[in-house]
Design a protein around this ligand. Structure first.
Ligand code: C2E
Ligand code: MG
Ligand code: MG
Ligand code: MG
Length: 279
């Protein structure tokens, strides 16, 4: 009886796996079509210095709008792109577009200090990555300090030497490196100390809970840890003034979130930059 139940479970599991694999394959083929049909675009979210309120950066975030107007969330299609390797050319496209927007803002005289771009492990593993980044900067006459790359703790799967040498080479160009969603992954503290980093981004999960004691303790601990390691600390997901103030009080340097501005398409961004909403 127990055995039969088990088998039934296995079968259901196999069926479900089959369905998941089919879903993934379907989504991947839809994504390839969407790329061909130019249905992907970038939005940009402002980042401010929390103390002075100065605009310091923008984070480029990928969007996919389907033919019938639905938005497919990046948390759904990025993993599929990563799994298939499509993230490598797609990531190149993101980088090129983000650099083009940065160049445009510089020419208009309204650029913030830097443009931040999310980078997947598969891109860092690609031996051509460093050259891709250099070429994207050069193509838009940008300097290294105009670009920040956001990596996640999942880079811990890469050979340490490859990772350290890649990040060091990027930093030697003046590019800054942020570790995104900090505290949600598996990396050890020694790892954090060893990697050549400039900034820690506190995951918005901890920022959202800031008004609960537990969330506040984690955000404060991450901030102190970052400061002790000589890193800048940026909080993501700031949704109200009270959270902003709490973060300033704990010594967090920078932030982004709906309270400051949502991610915006190019046109909306340029309007916002002309008259950035005061907070
Ligand atoms: P992330 O890099 O941690 O990006 C921050 C996410 O928080 C974004 O979600 C942003 O829209 C959202 N967010 C910003 N402020 C607030 C707020 O105040 N409240 C709330 N609730 N959310 C806020 P999004 O755009 O859906 O992106 C999700 C994730 O997808 C990103 O997380 C990143 O890991 C990935 N992603 C997006 N674009 C790219 C890309 O071009 N390349 C790669 N590799 N990953 C990307
Ligand atoms: Mg990010
Ligand atoms: Mg994040
Ligand atoms: Mg995230």
């Amino acid at each position: 009886r127990a055995k039969r139940d088990h088998r039934g479970q296995d079968l259901r599991y196999a069926e479900q796996m089959g369905a998941e694999a089919r879903d993934r394959a379907l989504l991947l083929s839809e994504l390839r079509t969407a790329i061909d049909e130019a249905r992907l675009y970038l939005v940009y979210q402002p980042q401010r210095d929390l103390r002075t309120q100065a605009l310091v950066g923008l984070e480029a975030l990928l969007r996919w709008r389907t033919e019938d107007g639905r938005l497919v969330p990046p948390d759904r299609f990025i993993p599929v792109a990563e799994h298939s390797g499509l993230i490598v050319p797609l990531g190149q496209w993101v980088l090129a577009n983000a650099c083009a927007t940065m160049r445009e803002m510089l020419d208009l005289g309204c650029a913030p200090r830097r443009m931040a771009v999310n980078v997947s492990v598969a891109q860092l593993r690609d031996p051509g990555f460093f050259e891709t980044v250099r070429a994207a900067l050069a193509a838009h006459a940008l300097q290294g300090h105009h670009l920040e790359l956001e990596i996640t703790e999942s880079v811990a799967v890469l050979p340490t030497q490859l990772l350290e040498s890649t990040l060091s080479a990027l930093r030697a160009e003046g590019i800054t490196i942020a570790i995104d969603d900090f505290g949600t992954g598996y990396s050890s503290l020694s790892y954090l100390e060893r990697l050549p980093l400039d900034r820690i981004k506190i995951d918005r999960g901890f920022v959202r809970q800031l008004r609960e004691a537990q969330g506040a303790r984690i955000a404060e601990t991450v901030t102190q840890l970052g400061r002790k390691l000589g890193l800048q600390v940026l909080a993501e997901g700031i949704e109200d003034a009270a959270t902003w103030q709490a973060l300033v009080d704990m010594g967090c340097h920078e932030g982004q979130g709906f309270h400051i501005a949502p991610p915006m398409e190019r046109d909306a961004l340029l309007n916002w930059l002309r008259a950035p909403a005061l907070v």
